[in-house]
Each structure stands twice: as C-alpha cells, then as structure tokens.
Write a protein that binds this ligand. Structure first.
Ligand code: NDP
Length: 285
C-alpha cells in the first residue's frame, strides 16, 4: 500500500499565544487515535488576520481556533455561524468544510457548562452571577442561559460592556438578566447559586491577584468557578473555598472546549481523558 505522509492541519491564531497549551492537548488526542494531524500555534498580529485566513485556506487546514484579538474580527470570514456564535458575537473555533465554506462556532461557554455538568451541577433553574463581560464572560453567560439558568447577574467595570451583555441575554434567551456596575468590592447577590470569575484577574504572571470581591457575601453551598487555568489554584477559588463554597477551576473548561473542537474537526469522539491527563502533566499536576 502507498504511504501517505501528508498531515492534516489545525491550529490556533492569536497574539499572545506563547503560553497557550491547547496544542499539546489536541496532539495528545491525535496521537492516541493514530491520526496524522498537527496542531500549530501561530502568532498572528491584529492587522494580519486576513492574510492568515487566506493561509488557512491555502494550506487546506481542517480548522482553526481563534484567540485574542481575533475572535470578533474573524466573523467577516465566516460563511455560516452556529446559533451560539451568532448570539455571542464571537467565534473561537472555525471548521473548514469540504465544500470550501467556513463554519464558525464558539465553544468556550459550552466547555464551561460541560465542566459544571461533569461535577454533577445542572444549570436548570439556577441563579448565576458573572464577574466580567469580556469574550469569555459573553460565551459563558449565553451558554448558561441557553442551558436553562433562571437568571444571570453580570457585574463588570465597564458599564457599556456589562449592559450590552445583559441585553444580549434578555433579547435571545428565556433567562432574566441584570447588570450591576462594579464599584468597590463586588457583592454577590443573595440567592446566587453559581459565582463565576470570568475576568482576566489572576492570570499568569499575576497569579497572586484576586478580583475585588466582598467574600463575606460568598455563602457556603455556592459553587465558585474560575476561568483562569494558569495558575490552576487561584486566590479567588482559595478565598471562596474558605467561605465554604464548592470550587471548580478553569482547567475543566479548557479541556472540554478542546474536546468539542476535536470532534468538530475530526468527526470523532475526543479521547478527553487522554487530553486532560496531558494538560494536567503540562501544569505539573
Ligand atoms: P477580555 O479582555 O475580553 O475580558 C476581560 C474581562 O476582565 C473584562 O470584563 C474586563 O472588564 C475584566 N477585567 C480585567 N481586569 C479587571 C480588573 N482589574 N477588575 C475587574 N475586572 C477586570 O478577555 P477574555 O474574556 O477573552 O478572557 C478572560 C479570561 O478568561 C482570560 O484570563 C482567559 O485566559 C480566560 N479564558 C479561559 C478559558 C478556559 O478554557 N478556561 C477560555 C477562554 C478564556 P472591563 O470590561 O471593565 O474592561
């Protein structure tokens, strides 16, 4: 039989990407499944996105992830969007179809919801409080609402972004949504079931930083989640745990969205445990 040395390509485009561990996780999955696929981590500056997307087509890539600062600007290259990507207004995963069209999806929030489901926490009927209104927060907020959360409270510094997110939820989902400006230590509303840090506060190399929260308002029995995965143990989670909250770190969200992407690109069930183990070893866990 003739050998085929050609590799299928996927990857991530963004800046910065040096610390992005997605490639090692995806390639662990490809190796496990015996697929001759590569995941390339590519630095693409803001003005070079159009050229990079032409490259994605020229290289016959199977798909790409987009990270900062391209998640919104890549929309103009999409032929079709998933319902979630349309509502969120951003794409983190592109699937290059056989017919040459590009399909845009957003898997960040889906990965987050899956990490809750994995720990036996259903969203139906729950009250969710989100700190932040950036890209990750938008994706998480929309998916929580679509998964049946009864209400969403957005706490954010920028009024414009926070109000816009609450409006997106009200206009597109059945959940109630409100915005609270972040002035002084954020107070977690009474009745909150799930509190999520979806800001970038605490991300490496500022792993000692904690979002300005009045932790006296974090109640035992709440679930506290962080999107930050580097470091895995954040001051936010440590302080919420000290108040008796159950905590969920950002690694589960990362591996779950990676597994969803794997399936979108390869059409196969992702070897999630293999990918998770690789990611954990990457972080020395
Ligand atoms: P954005 O830049 O789009 O949003 C950042 C958010 O953080 C904004 O709401 C911003 O508020 C808020 N913020 C920043 N600094 C502060 C501060 N000092 N106090 C209060 N709020 C602050 O980033 P993304 O949403 O794309 O990413 C956020 C984080 O999520 C990143 O650390 C990223 O690594 C992580 N992430 C994790 C994933 C995972 O799989 N675990 C997946 C995707 C992202 P304002 O609007 O007022 O500026």
């Amino acid at each position: 039989m003739e050998k085929n040395y050609r590799a299928e390509l996927v990857g991530v485009l963004g800046d910065p990407v040096d610390g992005n561990p997605t490639g090692v996780m995806e390639e662990a999955g490809f190796e496990h499944d015996g697929l001759n696929w590569r995941y390339i981590t590519v630095k693409v500056l803001p003005d070079d996105l159009d050229a990079a997307m032409a490259g994605v087509r020229a290289f016959n890539m199977k798909g790409v992830n987009l990270t900062m600062p391209h998640k919104i600007n890549v929309l103009r290259h999409m032929d079709e969007l998933s319902e979630a990507a349309r509502v969120i207004g951003a794409v983190n995963t592109v699937v290059c179809r056989e017919d040459g069209t590009l399909f845009g999806e957003n898997t960040d929030g889906k990965g987050f919801v899956q990490s809750l489901t994995d720990t036996g926490i259903p969203l139906a009927g729950k009250s969710v409080c989100l700190l932040g209104a950036g890209g990750a927060a938008r994706s998480i907020c929309v998916e929580c609402a679509l998964a049946g959360a009864a209400s969403v409270t957005v706490i954010n510094r920028s009024k414009k972004r926070g109000e816009a997110l609450a409006e997106v939820i009200r206009d597109n989902t059945a959940a109630e949504a409100r915005f609270i400006p972040w002035e002084g230590p954020a107070r977690v509303p009474d009745g909150t079931d799930i509190l999520i840090n979806a800001t970038s506060v605490g991300l490496h190399p500022h792993g000692d930083q904690c979002p300005d929260v009045d932790f006296d308002t974090v109640q035992p029995g709440m679930v506290a989640c962080d999107v930050i995965f580097n470091p895995v143990d954040t001051p936010f989670l440590t302080r919420a745990a000290a108040r008796g909250a159950r905590t969920i770190d950002g690694l589960g969200m990362l591996v779950n969205q990676g597994a969803i992407n794997y399936t979108l690109w390869t059409g196969r069930k992702a070897p999630r445990d293999v990918m998770y183990a690789k990611l954990k070893s990457e972080f020395g866990l």
